[in-house]
Design a protein around this ligand. Structure first.
Ligand SMILES: Nc1ncnc2c1ncn2[C@@H]1O[C@H](COP(=O)(O)OP(=O)(O)O)[C@@H](O)[C@H]1O
Ligand SMILES: Cc1ncsc1CCOP(=O)(O)O
Ligand SMILES: [Mg+2]
Length: 267
């Protein structure tokens, strides 16, 4: 497969269009994810109430759904937003945070999968478990390597018809046919909470500007995180300063730099 090669152009397009992205994410991630989208040029809106989530999805360019701090009330909002996105032909992205941990989460994620996300982004343990494989995950952090999750990701992509992104030291993205790896980033990234959740929201922003190419959109978002993460790590003295250096690095990132520094290869 030819590699998706237009990350730089897609970032410039995102900054130009500033898509409105409805993010149903968790309490932990809301602030960091909103700042991540603003730094990237998108317009985030954290709207999850069942009374309005479906209506809002009609005006958003994409929806992202994350089950990190799930409740029945939130789940109702998620169903409404995903259904409305489907009805209006908008793509939506799923982040199945710790979906294997409890029966409530397992059932919720099953229901959400039936609503056909365009992209699923998770860490290695989450993707392995979603494919039905044994994983070492316990809570929100991964206990498995991305390499171990690659076959699970392929299987899951074929089963769901979604693009699957497995993140970690070297990310892996597949549409079920071909695979792409994205290197870079920093070992400080898993030490900052909500990094993955914020990335899922950024995938939503990229899918909003290129809904017909969810693979290219996903690779572009992951490449942004890898390049900004590598840059932030050079200035940071620990996870605290890394978090704000990362937002600054993302805000500085332009299409040419992304294109030059992205470490994307065929798997
Ligand atoms: N050891 C690592 N080295 C470099 N980048 C990493 C590492 N671990 C995670 N990342 C990056 O951190 C971001 C969040 O991924 P991850 O930690 O897998 O998600 P989650 O927070 O959902 O567990 C991704 O951009 C990923 O590439
Ligand atoms: C700590 C925590 N608890 C519930 S959701 C959440 C945030 C998880 O964020 P991420 O998956 O990006 O590490
Ligand atoms: Mg996560």
């Amino acid at each position: 497969m030819p590699l998706p090669t237009s990350y730089g152009n897609l970032l410039d397009q995102l900054r130009h269009e500033s898509p409105l992205v409805q993010c149903i994410t968790n309490y932990v991630a809301m602030n960091f994810a909103a700042n991540t989208l603003l730094a990237s040029g998108a317009s985030p809106a954290m709207v999850h109430a069942p009374e309005e989530a479906g209506e809002f999805a009609n005006i958003a360019s994409a929806v992202t759904i994350n089950i990190g701090t799930l409740s029945s009330h939130w789940l109702e909002g998620m169903r409404a937003a995903a259904s409305a996105a489907n009805e209006s032909g908008k793509p939506w992205v799923l982040d199945p945070v710790a979906h294997f941990a409890t029966a409530f989460r397992r059932k919720a994620v099953e229901e959400l999968l039936a609503l056909r996300p365009a992209v699923i982004r998770g860490n290695a343990s989450e993707i392995m478990a979603l494919a039905g494989d044994t994983s070492s995950g316990r809570g929100v952090d991964s206990g498995d390597s991305v390499e171990r999750a690659e076959v699970s990701a392929m299987v899951l992509a074929r089963r769901t018809h979604a693009v699957i992104a497995v993140t970690g030291e070297i990310d892996f993205v597949t549409d079920g046919q071909d695979g792409v790896r994205i290197a870079g980033g920093s070992a400080l990234m898993p030490k900052v909470t909500a990094m993955g959740c914020a990335l899922t929201c950024l995938v939503g922003a990229f899918v909003a500007v290129t809904p017909d190419s969810p693979l290219a959109a996903t690779v572009s978002a992951l490449a942004c995180f890898s390049v900004a993460g590598s840059q932030a790590a050079q200035q940071a003295s620990g996870p605290g300063s890394f978090a704000w250096q990362f937002i600054d690095a993302l805000a500085r990132l332009d299409g040419n730099t992304l294109q030059a520094q992205a470490q994307v290869t065929n798997a």
